[in-house]
Write a protein that binds this ligand. Structure first.
Ligand code: DAV
Length: 366
């Protein structure tokens, strides 16, 4: 049965992604708006075709290792269906290839007893849900709710094709002015732009989630939840889970390079905001789609235990000083594909119900 309301209650069932069949995205203006300059050489070299096989094999070994660890902990593990994401497809609006099923959190959000299947901002991710249909059909048979965000047509009018490909500074200004690579032509939404803290759910306008998408989820969120919109200094916002990470009630790990504009919301609720230490990843480690801040993209097993990359010593030290037991697993090859432990999993069940962690009601509905 599906039941999960936050990021920290004791984990009982989870999806672990797979690197199988992954296809590197073609570097178009949409992808360019979402990545940092450090990702460009790899995308230029491999974009539009399979990831190098040795990279996929190493990543899959780490994903299998995570799955095995969780199973040994008595946690039920589900894996996506094997799909060739390099297969070309076309809709009446566009042609593309897929991406991968390595990062289930990007697509799926568990909202209590309901699975939200997001619609995804990137064209490459239009049909990503196919890899999860086996799992979601089983969840639905067992009684889970299943909410599908309206699929954007992803026609040319959803994107700004001239969007600042220039400097991160220019993009920062554009994002601050509310101008992103996606327009408001129709709702689009990535699930990873949401983070759950019991009855309160946080969401950001990002390069892949637009205001129309936020309005849609606010309208369709089961009525016991409340949605708060957050924003950050961030030149390419895409997914919240390397920007903020709740570790337990009252404790939020934050990315010090992306200051939150709504710190007051957390302060008023009595939450401590702790800066994540700088990532330990070497500068030349290959990263296709993300920043090195995957160091704070953690999977909390229960309020006392956190899974962390085994070479992220500064993060491990911080977690221990905060009273956590750390479970250290290798995951750098998964980083290469674009996500950490949080992205690469999706908890289907955590023990306990919906908590109230002290947040004030959202002021004004946007
Ligand atoms: O901060 O580089 C990582 C999260 C992807 N799901 C970042 C985005």
């Amino acid at each position: 049965m599906v039941s999960s309301y936050d990021e920290w209650s004791p984990l009982e069932a989870a999806i672990v992604g797979t690197a199988h069949g992954a296809c590197a995205p073609m570097l178009d203006p949409i992808i360019r708006a979402c990545v940092s300059p450090r990702n460009l050489p790899l995308l230029e070299r491999y974009g539009g075709g399979p990831f190098p096989p040795e990279m996929l094999e190493s990543a899959e070994r780490e994903l299998d290792g995570l799955a095995e660890f969780l199973r040994q902990e008595g946690i039920a593990v589900h894996r996506p269906d094997p799909i060739d994401h390099c297969q070309s497809f076309a809709t009446p609006e566009f042609a593309s290839r897929g991406l991968y099923a390595a990062m289930p959190r990007d697509l799926l959000a568990i909202l209590g007893d309901t699975v939200l299947e997001a619609s995804m901002g990137w064209r490459q991710r239009h049909f990503e849900y196919r890899a999860y249909r086996g799992i979601l059909n089983r969840c639905a048979c067992e009684g889970a709710g299943w909410l599908c965000a309206p699929k954007p047509l992803k026609g040319d009018d959803l994107y700004r094709w001239d969007y600042g490909a220039d400097s991160p500074r220019a993009r920062n200004l554009q994002a601050a002015a509310g101008r992103f690579v996606t327009t408001e032509a129709e709702p689009c939404l990535d699930a990873a732009d949401m983070v759950r803290c019991g009855r309160d759910i946080f969401i950001q306008r990002s390069q892949v989630t637009n205001l129309a998408g936020i309005r849609w989820i606010r309208r369709h969120l089961p009525s016991e939840f409340r949605l708060h919109r957050l924003s950050f200094d961030d030149p390419n916002p895409m997914h919240l889970d390397s920007t903020i990470m709740p570790l337990r009630p009252g404790l939020l790990l934050v990315n010090p390079t992306r200051p939150c504009h709504q710190k007051e919301l957390f302060r008023r609720a009595g939450w401590a905001m702790v800066d994540a230490p700088a990532p330990a990843l070497p500068d030349d480690w290959p990263l296709f789609l993300s920043s090195p801040w995957l160091s704070m993209n953690l999977l909390v097993l229960d309020p006392g235990r956190v899974i962390v990359e085994r070479q992220e010593l500064p993060t491990i030290r911080l977690l221990r000083s905060l009273g956590f037991e750390t479970v250290e697993l290798p995951f750098r090859h998964v980083y290469t594909l674009g996500g950490g432990f949080h992205c690469a999993t999706c908890d289907l069940r955590r023990r306990g119900g919906m908590g109230d962690y002290g947040f004030p009601a959202p002021d004004i509905l946007e």
